[in-house]
Design a protein around this ligand. Structure first.
Ligand code: UD1
Length: 417
């Protein structure tokens, strides 16, 4: 397996271009299941998770061409089943459930099971599909859903769920009648998906708010659309600039999607200027310790919690980082402590006492965002950090070592050992 080797202490400087959002591209590619004909999607990132969803869609009989611009046609679906092997490697595979039932009348999707950041059930997806009139059973580790045609209904999510909202929004586009989705998630990726679906002829209003209303239609038509920039990748580079005392321009992002992070990083002493679709970020020398609490959008994203913790590990005081979205998302803490960080976990909070220096060490990635945080820690540490299990980072960051090395980092990938 590949490793990433970082020699810390280099100041990052220059321009970096942000790729399309992983969490935007996955549901957008899946939305093609609702349509007979060739869709064209731009700004698709080159990531392991995208390869996985392509493999899954391909296994259903969907035709897919192209890389950054993808042409995709679900006119000849031959199978309605997502196997355990694919769902196990990527939980977002559950996204095919709603669209398949809505268009094909049936779907069989493996239950994802637990993962490194918690139990992550899909009960809300299942309940919502039942509320739309699907007959859903759990058999041999699979969710099996059937409905000759889904019926619109008023639904309420007990917890704000991103892929749950996406799954049900897609399913409801082809239901008979109106669906009102209450306590819907607000993430920009949901708005992106709604715009794609509206381009296909879906009748959706309220995406980006608590209540999404979908008037079902009989059929949808192909569309040409683009995926939004990856706000988590952009956020990771902002933090990298801050931690290395660097001066970095982050191009092709949407600064409006990064409001909370920008505010917290300014509190932490960084200078951040917004210029259209670019951000210029400069580290202010000392990192001021700030408190952070993760929340559904527009709150602080859980997907940047590990990265801001790496920064706070070098803060000038005490920082309390509270995770409210996932129950077990502190797997990076023990690895950071091996690099000299001083962190104590108390329930859902991590108490981070800033230290003057982190020291390079061999560390292991446990999940996607944890691996990003360890790379950040390695960039700012004294000495060499070797990150193993880098397949986690390849799931969600396009060529991270190339982008960082173009900014002056001493980082390289060592192939397979
Ligand atoms: C999505 C993102 C992920 C991000 C997360 C939270 C994608 C592909 N992934 O994941 O990167 O970290 O949102 O912003 O977009 N829950 C239930 N039952 C359900 C569904 C969710 O209890 O049926 C709980 C989860 O365990 C979690 C919370 O709801 O505690 C939010 O999870 P959710 O928004 O569903 O996360 P994902 O959509 O899986």
């Amino acid at each position: 397996m590949d490793k990433i080797v970082i020699v810390g202490g280099r100041r990052l400087q220059g321009d970096v271009r942000i790729s399309g959002a992983k969490n935007g591209a996955l549901p957008v590619l899946v939305s093609s299941l609702l349509v007979d004909g060739w869709n064209t999607f731009h700004n698709i990132p080159d990531l392991l998770d995208i390869k996985t969803i392509r493999k899954l869609l391909g296994s259903l009989g969907v035709k897919i061409e192209g890389e950054e611009t993808v042409r995709i046609n679900a006119g000849g679906i031959t199978r309605c089943e997502a196997s355990y092997d694919l769902v196990r490697t990527m939980r977002a595979s559950i996204l095919v459930l709603g669209p398949l039932v809505a268009r094909m009348g049936e779907a069989r999707v493996s239950l994802p099971g637990g993962c490194a950041i918690g139990a992550r059930p899909v009960n809300l997806h299942i309940q919502a599909l039942r509320d739309l009139g699907a007959e859903v059973t759990l058999k041999d580790g699979y969710v099996e859903a059937k409905a000759s045609r889904l019926r619109g209904a008023t639904l309420y999510f007990d917890i704000s769920t991103v892929t749950g909202t996406e799954n049900i929004m897609m399913a409801a586009t082809l239901a008979e009648g109106t669906t009102i989705l209450k306590n819907a998630a607000h993430e920009p990726e949901i708005v992106n998906l709604a715009e794609v679906l509206i381009g296909m002829g879906a009748r959706i209003r309220g995406a980006g708010t608590d209540v999404i209303v979908i008037d079902g239609v009989k059929s949808l038509h192909p569309v040409e659309a683009a995926v939004i920039p990856d706000r988590i990748e952009a956020g990771t580079f902002l933090i990298a600039a801050g931690m290395t005392g660097g001066d970095v321009r982050i191009l092709g992002c949407n600064p409006l999607h990064l409001d909370v992070l920008i505010a917290r990083l300014r509190d932490a002493g960084m200078r951040i200027d917004v210029d259209g679709e670019a951000l210029r970020a400069a580290g202010g020398g000392t990192v001021k310790s700030v408190d952070v609490k993760t929340l559904p959008y527009p709150g602080f994203p859980t997907d940047l919690q590990a990265q801001i913790m790496a920064m706070m590990a070098l803060g000038n005081g005490l920082s309390v980082i509270t995770e409210t979205v996932f129950e077990n998302r502190f797997m990076h803490v023990s690895e950071m402590m091996r690099m000299g960080a001083d962190i104590v976990i108390q329930g859902t909070s991590a108490i981070v006492r800033g230290v003057a220096k982190l020291r390079g060490a061999p560390v292991m990635a446990t999940d996607l965002r944890a691996s990003a945080s360890l790379i950040l820690a390695g960039l700012a540490a004294e000495g060499t950090t070797t990150l193993s299990r880098v397949y986690h980072i390849d799931r969600g960051y396009q060529q991270i070592e190339k982008k960082l090395s173009a900014l002056g980092a001493d980082i390289r990938r060592i192939a397979g050992f």
